[in-house]
Design a protein around this ligand. Structure first.
Ligand SMILES: Nc1ncnc2c1ncn2[C@@H]1O[C@H](COP(=O)(O)OP(=O)(O)OP(=O)(O)O)[C@@H](O)[C@H]1O
Length: 240
């Protein structure tokens, strides 16, 4: 579906990620983890096709439908648009130029809004949304994109807990539908609980495989995590 062969990525001539080879198992949920500056966002940009490898190859299956959600800070929240209009953009490959939505497509938009719990906010202007509502809206747009391979960069950053839990449940549904999801995350407790695979980066792949193998003290330490801090972090969310 998507394979990396000795991929090396650079930013402004400086190597950020090197020697990356492997594939994302179809129908898996992979968390991309690693310390700040490890190259996580750079990898997602490359997987999305926004950053060509300096060397090596990223091979995508012909016709693979991909969707990419960059970090929320990279998105302009001040467009004069309403929620349903942003969600409808997920249908753009099916829309002709200047053609409005069909009745069936309007129903699809409403169903996607309903699935992320925003049915009542369809006509709200973007500027009025909380971070959680904004991210729910972007996930509704992803639903309409109907991608087989989804790339999400820190989708739960600065988000309220109910929204995080609802969208984590949506990721599980995507997995159950056979979609492949690659997500940059910082919360290792979330990774342990909700993800099947992890890719641990620190300028290269320190470990890549099932979560139970990657989230072990040795690889985490090799990636530069401070384990006492890590344990406090990992246990967060399990205490009353
Ligand atoms: N658009 C860019 N232009 C120039 N350098 C960049 C760009 N994006 C990232 N870098 C640099 O590439 C390196 C890796 O950054 P990247 O954002 O991929 O790491 P990250 O693992 O996602 O970090 P974080 O967890 O802090 O988001 C950093 O040194 C960063 O400064």
């Amino acid at each position: 579906m998507l394979q990396l062969e000795n991929v090396c990525l650079q930013r402004e001539g400086r190597t950020v990620l090197r020697d990356l080879s492997g594939r994302f198992p179809p129908g898996s949920l992979t968390a991309v983890i690693g310390p700040n500056g490890a190259g996580k966002s750079t990898l997602l940009a490359a997987l999305a096709g926004d950053l060509p490898p300096a060397s090596g190859r990223i091979v995508r299956a012909p016709g693979l439908r991909m969707a990419y959600l960059p970090q929320i800070s990279a998105l302009d929240r001040h467009f004069p648009l309403q929620v349903h209009e942003v969600v409808a953009l997920g249908l753009w490959p099916q829309l002709g130029p200047w053609r409005g939505l069909s009745r069936a497509q309007r129903d699809q938009v409403q169903a996607a809004l309903h699935e992320v719990g925003l049915a009542e906010l369809a006509r709200q202007p973007l500027q009025t949304l909380s971070t959680g509502q904004f991210q729910r809206m972007l996930f509704a747009r992803l639903i309409l994109q109907d991608a087989q391979f989804l790339l999400l960069d820190e989708p739960f950053a600065a988000m309220d807990e109910p929204s995080t839990q609802d969208l984590l449940a949506l990721l599980q549904r995507w997995r159950d539908q056979g979609r492949t999801v690659v997500t940059v995350l910082h919360d290792l407790a979330q990774v342990r609980e909700h993800f099947s695979h992890a890719l641990l980066l620190a300028g290269h792949a320190v470990a890549w495989g099932p979560v139970t193998e990657v989230l072990q003290p040795a690889p985490l330490q090799r990636a530069g995590y401070l384990l006492p801090a890590l344990h406090a972090h990992t246990l967060r969310g399990h205490c009353a």
